[in-house]
Write a protein of this length. Sequence first.
Lengths: 432, 248
Amino acid sequence: MSKTRSNRTNLTSRRTVLKSLLAGSVVAPFAGRSLVAQEVFSEGVSDNQIVLGTSAAFSGPTRGLGIELYRGSTAYFTHVNEGGGLFGREIRQQLYDDSYQPDPAVTNTTQLMVEDDVFALFGYVGTPTVTRVLPLLKKFQDRKFMLMFPFTGAQPQREFPYGDFAFNLRASYRQETGGLVDNFVEIGRERIGVFYQADAYGRSGWAGVRAALSKYNLNMVGEATYRRGTKFTANLREQVEILKTSQPQAVICIGAYAACAAFLRDAVDGGLQVPIANLSFVGSENLLKLIEDSQENSEDYTKHLVNSQVVPSYTDDTLPGVIEYNEFMSRYNPAVPEKFDDDQYTTFDRSFVSLEGFLNAKLMTEILRRVGANPRRLDLEEAVFSIKDFDLGIGEPVSFDTNRRQGLDRVYYTVVEDGVFVPLRNWKGTFS
Amino acid sequence: MKITKLFQRTVFGIIALFGLIGISTSVLSINAVDSHLSYEYQANSEGHARTIADASVDIILNRDLSSLQSLIDQFLKIQGIEYIYITNENGEFLAHTFVPGIPQSILDSDVSNTETVQRTIRGMGDFVEVASPILAGVAGTVHIGMDLESVSMKIQAAIGAQVYLIASVFLIGIFAAIWFVNFASKPIEQLQTYAVGLAKKESDDGNFAKLLERKDEAGDLARLFQYFSTVSDPEKLGKESDQPESSN
């Protein structure tokens, strides 16, 4: 039995070396490292590296999310790698761009699993992409791939039949939408409309709002949709008019920053001046930048905003994890990945998305540490389950077990003050 | 191309006949292609609706609606399918593909109806909508809207190819008929010229040697005309009195 396993490992190693030499598949992301092509990889691990596979939006109208999430992760991984790595191995991300589109995400993931043979999938962005990738994890379940901490709060990777192939750190969209509805209802804003992306992400948030309202025997009063990939320059007055006819007292947006910023602009201009809430996925800083860059009196628009977040504010310097994030972001100031940098995107010094990427990387590093000096995918799940009351430095202990594959549950609410998202402390005072 | 008066009617008759065949074949073909493709598109859409309905049961009962949305989004890529919506047993919309919102005409319709209907949706166009019940209707209904314009374009393209083929055959047939008629009428023209020449006593048999040597009816007639010309002319009678006999 052991002989068979050993032979298989040798075969895999030889195959991987040959592949590396012929196709340069592992060489590409580590350009500049001498002798990399001679490294022997098995399950994404060599003597010098552990490779995590990432497919995310690095181009298109949602690229800010993929880029900022990557920058946050890179800040922490760079810190680890500069300290000698884990058991002498650097943590590296093999990156592919899916532009937040499902089909490229499936192609990239197949590449990462079949050709690149990475250790685990990490840093994925988006519901429509992740939802389509999940069946691949089941298809290759004998190879024990895990999807670690995707940037989506949707349910498919949290429940049967794919829940066993993923671990989440962030709170779910159900928790985010549930919290928003609870707070709106509490301040008497029971007529809630929904503006959402016409895909799996939008539907996930829509379902969350519907479920939360049903607790109060309420229904959403109106709904309007937009197509994924809508740009800020798009005209969304039609959606505003649809929602206006239902006379909502609040609107919950389930979308990405470009479309949600366009909706905010057209809603305020169109006289729909009610609180407009966005989920964490929106990319708060990207949204705010679009509004501030395009509108002279941006406060007229941002005063209606309330965004839910799944990480604390990066301005909260009482939290050691946030202090560490700020320090590492200043020290390393990670750049846009070179192969996706077209000089068109301006990075943010700080953002909720990069903080989430930072925390994902911090927890991933701890898990890899617990996997041990001879990492095997087979041991990854047990290593995650060994995480009990782990302190990420944000005041929320993280635990996992067989029945709990999501680390955090807390949802934070933020509003814009002086051009920055800050914690919302008084719902009634702000929106009554 | 000059056609003898004798054959003009024949040519027009052939054109009329070809035209009739062409038009009737086109009409039959158009009708067959139209009904066949329309049926096929509708049958395909009904098949897609049944597939979604079957796949939806587990999702509606056990899973998050984002999975349902992801499922219908994939079907939306199929050519001709313009919208999909799924309602539950209470008529509530569980997932749909409409942007910027669910059209009022659909909100006002009976969403539990599984009959195929034609719809005109303001701002979107004309559609054929097929439906399939989920779990015999107790879990809801799947509706698929096919863009009539897109389906019509496909059918028109198929019909256009058929008509193009028939029209090409028709034109080739006409030109061939004219050529054949012209080919057949040439000896008659020569015969006419020869006969006129004989009547005017201007005809030179040397110029019509080929005509006189023909073994067909034109040759027989030419020789007959030559004989009549000879017997009616006393000068020639003495010299060529035995010629008609030799021609037979």
